[in-house]
Design a protein around this ligand. Structure first.
Ligand code: SF4
Length: 385
C-alpha cells in the first residue's frame, strides 16, 4: 500500500514531532566546494562524518533512496525555575544540553514514526540519522522546507526560531518535495557582531575551531583565546542564537524530556572537580553535554571558577594541581591559580613553582609547561607590584 505525504504528516503530529518536511534523495553536490574549502582552511571541527562523498550522496549509504524526511523538535530557551540558592558559584550548560540527550529523544520519535509507517507498508525502508549521521542536517532541513539557514549556520524556523533539534530519515518511499526557504537574514549581522571569538565569517560559514561551543568540547587544553570568553559556560554556546531577531520571544516547552533541571544545567562548579566516574554518570550522563566524558567538563569548570574570580576555589585547585593524574587538569588548575592569586599569595607561588619543576621532570609537553610559566609570572608580578 502506498503512503501519502498527508498520512506521514498526521502520524508525525500524533507522535509529537513539531515540524516535518520532505525532499528528494538527490545528491547535495552543490555543498561540495564549500565543505572542501572549509576543510582546506582548517575550519572544520573534526566531529563531522569523515567521508565527504557519503555526506553529499544519500545513494552511497542507502539502496535506491527516493526521498528524505526531515523533522524538527522545538526545545525550550528559558528555564521556569531557578537553581537552589547556595554559597557556591554556578556554571551553565548551553540550551541544546537541557533535558535528556536530544539524540535519544529524536531517535525515539523517528523509531516510532518508522514503526507506524512500516505498519502501513511493509516494503518501506528507512535510515534515520541525528547529528552524527552522514548527511548535513541543516542542508537537508533547509531543502525540505523546514526553515532557512542563517548567517550563524543554523536552521531557523518560522515557528520556533533556531531552538530546534534536527533529524532526518532516508527512505525508499517517494513523496512530493517541499520548497527550500532562502536566507532571510537580510542586512542583519547581529550574530556575527556578537560572537566574542569571531567564529562566524559573515558568509554563512564558520571557523568551527574558534567556535566556543567546539572549544568547550575539546579534550586537551582549551585554547587561550577562548578561556575568558566562555565565562561560566562549561558546555556549548548560545550567543549567536540569543541575539538573533528570529529567536526573540521563542520559548517552547513541548516535550517533558527536554525540561531542564535547574541544578543540573546551572551546576555548582566546585563539586564538579571532585566527581567520581560513577557520580558523573549518575548526575550528568543523560545530558547531551556529557558526550565527551568527565574531563572536558572538569577542565571547563576550573576555567569558569577563574572567570568568576572565585577565590574560595583556591584550596581545591591547589589540591587538583598537586594530585590529579591528568596533565590537562593539573595545568588548567595552575592557570586558574595564576588568575586567582592575590599579592601575598607566596604559598601559591611556591606551589606553582614546585608543580612546574615536577612537570619538567616528567617531561610534560610545552603547552602544559606554558600554563605553569604564565601562572608563575602572573603571581610574581602581583607579588612585586
Ligand atoms: Fe541572520 Fe541576524 Fe539571526 Fe545572524 S542574528 S542568523 S544574521 S537574522
Amino acid at each position: 500500500m502506498s503512503i501519502s505525504k498527508q498520512q506521514v504528516i498526521e502520524l508525525s503530529q500524533q507522535i509529537g514531532i513539531d515540524k516535518i518536511g520532505f525532499t528528494t534523495a538527490d545528491n547535495f553536490e552543490y555543498l561540495r566546494a564549500g565543505l572542501e574549502a572549509q576543510k582546506a582552511a582548517g575550519h572544520t571541527s573534526g566531529f563531522e562524518h569523515p567521508n565527504l562523498d557519503e555526506r553529499l550522496n544519500p545513494a552511497l549509504t542507502f539502496d535506491h533512496p527516493k526521498s528524505i524526511i526531515a523533522i524538527a523538535l522545538a526545545y525550550p530557551s528559558r528555564m521556569k525555575e531557578s537553581p537552589v540558592r547556595t554559597n557556591l558559584k554556578r556554571g551553565q550548560f548551553a540550551r541544546a544540553s537541557w533535558g535528556i540527550d536530544y539524540h535519544q529523544i529524536l531517535r525515539e520519535k523517528m523509531t516510532s514514526l518508522i514503526k507506524q509507517l512500516k505498519g502501513l507498508d511493509e516494503t518501506a525502508r528507512f535510515k534515520p540519522m541525528v547529528d552524527t549521521g552522514e548527511l548535513v542536517d541543516v542542508a537537508v532541513a533547509n531543502r525540505a522546507g523546514l526553515g532557512f539557514i542563517g548567517k550563524n549556520g543554523l536552521l531557523i524556523t518560522k515557528e520556533y526560531g533556531s531552538f530546534v533539534y534536527l533529524g532526518e530519515m532516508i527512505t525508499n518511499l517517494e513523496f512530493e518535495a517541499d520548497t527550500p526557504i532562502p536566507c532571510q537574514c537580510g542586512d542583519c549581522t547581529r550574530c556575527i557582531d556578537a560572537c566574542p571569538v569571531r567564529a562566524l565569517l559573515g558568509n554563512g560559514k564558520m571557523n568551527a575551531q574558534r567556535c566556543l561551543s567546539y572549544q568547550t568540547q575539546t579534550k586537551g587544553l582549551m585554547s587561550d583565546f577562548a578561556r575568558k570568553k566562555t565565562r561560566n559556560v562549561i558546555y556549548g554556546c548560545d550567543i549567536c542564537q540569543l541575539v538573533c531577531p528570529f529567536n526573540q520571544g521563542k520559548d517552547f516547552h513541548l516535550h517533558k524530556e527536554m525540561t531542564p533541571d535547574p541544578d543540573k544545567v546551572r551546576p555548582e562548579l566546585l563539586p564538579i572537580l571532585s566527581l567520581s566516574n560513577h557520580d558523573f554518570k549518575a548526575g550528568f550522563g543523560q545530558m547531551a553535554g556529557s558526550w565527551r566524558g568527565k574531563k572536558p567538563l572538569q577542565r571547563n569548570a576550573i576555567i569558569a571558577l577563574a572567570n568568576l574570580n572565585d577565590r574560595s576555589a583556591i584550596p581545591k585547585l591547589r589540591e587538583v594541581m598537586d594530585g590529579d593524574v591528568r596533565p590537562v587538569i593539573r595545568a588548567t588548575a595552575a592557570y586558574a591559580l595564576g588568575r586567582l592569586a592575590k599579592p601575598g599569595d607566596e604559598e601559591i607561588l611556591g606551589d606553582l613553582q614546585s608543580a612546574y619543576q615536577k612537570e619538567r621532570t616528567e617531561k610534560s609537553d610545552a603547552l602544559i609547561l606554558h600554563d605553569y610559566q604564565v601562572a608563575i609570572n602572573a603571581v610574581q608580578r602581583q607579588k612585586n607590584s
